[in-house]
Design a protein around this ligand. Structure first.
Ligand SMILES: O=P(O)(O)OC[C@H]1O[C@](O)(COP(=O)(O)O)[C@@H](O)[C@@H]1O
Ligand SMILES: [Mg+2]
Ligand SMILES: [Mg+2]
Length: 342
């Protein structure tokens, strides 16, 4: 792989090609999928940036399959993703947080060998208050015969992902992705409209600094979860307390912890016994990134990437980020017993 100096100007397209060259058998189809995602990201970034001026804030007045009120930008971002991805001839089907069923490739367009699942706009509750939001995506290879995408192609464990990533629409727009060769970050240079390599080979600190959790659910947590949070906060055992940071946009909380070290937790609670976050297009893609950056992702009992999905919109408890904090989660939740100090 070409070594880039901090000053070399590397567009995401060039970086994707260099990665592809590592695989002589590569056809370029996966690279094509990543180009299309980068294009969709620029178009969504444009909408998010001027949302306040364009009357696209607020609720759409419709509900999605999760029973959530859809925001106008949820629907706009979903449309942009579908329209950017459905005619390139690389995908055979898609699935989105905002659509109940599999999104088939329209008749007349060529079907390809990949499936894409995505969360078009993550952090919807933060759209109207100008707090960072994101987009999350995951790519897997088609495993069934025939041209059309089937449920079986979607319901694959995360370890089968061939690519995954997210875009954060924050003070700058960044795209972070992996194809299993490390996790790399690109910053959108608005003056030229290009994603440029800014964070090659991201490595998450082994021991975290931040704890991201919505503890307004504390009353609804199991005792072992409460015990775990007391450990993270240094209220029990001899760990230094983590500093609490919670934006309420998974992508933004994850991104901070990926760069600065920390753990994002969305445990199950009596109201949401399977947690809130969706396995296929939130937990699995971020788990692939976390592991490629030297971190971990677990539901407290097993590796997120080993969970066999059974439903398109299934949820999972999520503990993701620095290795040290994730291992403590496994220790304390896996056995359910309160583990000794430290
Ligand atoms: O308000 P809560 O319960 O803390 O949930 C916040 C979580 O819900 C989400 O907004 C769910 O994602 P969507 O906005 O894509 O539905 C996450 O981004 C975030 O981490
Ligand atoms: Mg989301
Ligand atoms: Mg969403």
């Amino acid at each position: 792989m070409v070594k880039h100096t901090p000053t070399s100007v590397v567009t995401i397209e060039r970086f994707i090609i260099e990665q592809e060259r590592q695989f002589p058998e590569a056809t370029g189809e996966l690279s094509g999928v990543l180009y299309d995602v980068a294009l969709a990201a620029k178009m969504i970034a444009n909408k998010v940036r001027s949302a306040g001026l364009a009357d696209i804030l607020g609720a759409e007045g419709t509900e999605n399959v999760q029973g959530e009120q859809q925001q106008k930008l949820d629907v706009i971002a979903n449309d942009i993703m579908v329209k950017a991805m459905d005619h390139g001839g690389r995908l055979c089907a898609m699935a989105s947080e905002e659509e109940p069923d599999i999104i088939q490739i329209p008749d007349g367009f060529k079907c390809g060998k990949y499936v894409l699942t995505f969360d078009p706009l993550d952090g919807s509750s933060n759209i109207d208050v100008n707090v960072p939001v994101g987009t999350i995506f995951s790519v897997m290879r088609k495993i069934t015969r025939g041209t059309r995408g089937e449920m079986e192609d979607m319901l694959q464990p995360g370890r089968r992902q061939v690519a995954a990533g997210y875009i954060i629409y924050g003070s700058s727009t960044m795209l972070v992705y992996t194809t299993g060769q490390g996790a790399h970050g690109f910053t959108l240079d608005p003056s030229i409209g290009e994603f440029l390599l800014s964070h090659p080979n991201i490595a998450i600190p082994e021991r975290g600094k931040y704890l991201s959790v919505n503890d307004s659910y504390e009353q609804a947590w199991e005792d072992n979860v409460k015990g775990l949070m007391r450990r993270y906060r240094g209220l029990e055992g001899d760990r230094a307390p983590l500093s609490v940071r919670y934006v309420g946009s998974l992508v933004a909380d994850f991104h901070r912890n990926l760069l600065g070290g920390g753990i994002f937790c969305y445990p199950a609670n009596t109201k949401s016994p399977r947690g809130k976050l969706r396995l296929l297009y939130e937990a699995s893609p971020l788990a692939f990134i976390a592991e490629q950056a030297g971190g971990m992702a677990t539901d407290g009992h097993q590796r997120i990437l080993d969970i066999q999905p059974t439903e398109l919109h299934q949820r999972t408890p999520l503990f993701i980020g620095s290795k040290d904090e994730c291992e403590l989660a496994n220790q304390m939740l896996g056995t359910g017993a309160l583990v000794g100090a430290g």
